[in-house]
Design a protein around this ligand. Sequence first.
Ligand code: IMP
Ligand code: MG
Length: 177
Amino acid sequence: MVDPSLKILISSEKIQARIRELGEQISQDYPAGKLHMICILKGACFFLTDLARAMKRDVSIDFMGISTYGKGKTSSGEVRVTKDLDISLEGADVLIVEDIVDSGITLNYLMHVLEQRRPHSIRIAALLDKPERRLRPVHANYVGFQIPDQFVVGYGLDYAEKFRNLDDICVLEEPPA
Ligand code: IMP
Ligand code: MG
């Protein structure tokens, strides 16, 4: 680990083992048929690609850009769609794939937006959950790990666009200069 302000919270091995379990479980829970996985950019892109490959069934994937945070660690509370989906969700079984549920503002908003598109079902898979920080209700059907109220980076998660490409999930103790 090059950066002294980073401490490993969840190792790459643990992340991959948990994603294999989630893939098995989600595959069993859905009946045969189409399952559409929606990756919330950018943080969930590593999770989406590993989770999709852990699934024991056909899936389709799509990407949606949502922005809530600015460049720092605190949420502005404002949600914006920065990239919309390519296809209609009408009648589809939809699995939203997100990196972390923090205040819940993003996913609470997104659920309202996507429910209006009349999918057959809609569930959430979140790699991380910080339940202590919740401001809006969100029910994540599948959660990789619950973590304490600490700011984490790596495996897709960033601080000011840095650290996304770390294999491990790390606590960022001091913001980089
Ligand atoms: P929420 O709307 O507060 O639930 O925020 C969700 C989004 O905030 C996530 O998709 C992340 O992009 C970002 N976020 C929340 N907590 C962290 C963190 O600890 N590290 C990096 N990004 C975070
Ligand atoms: Mg995000």
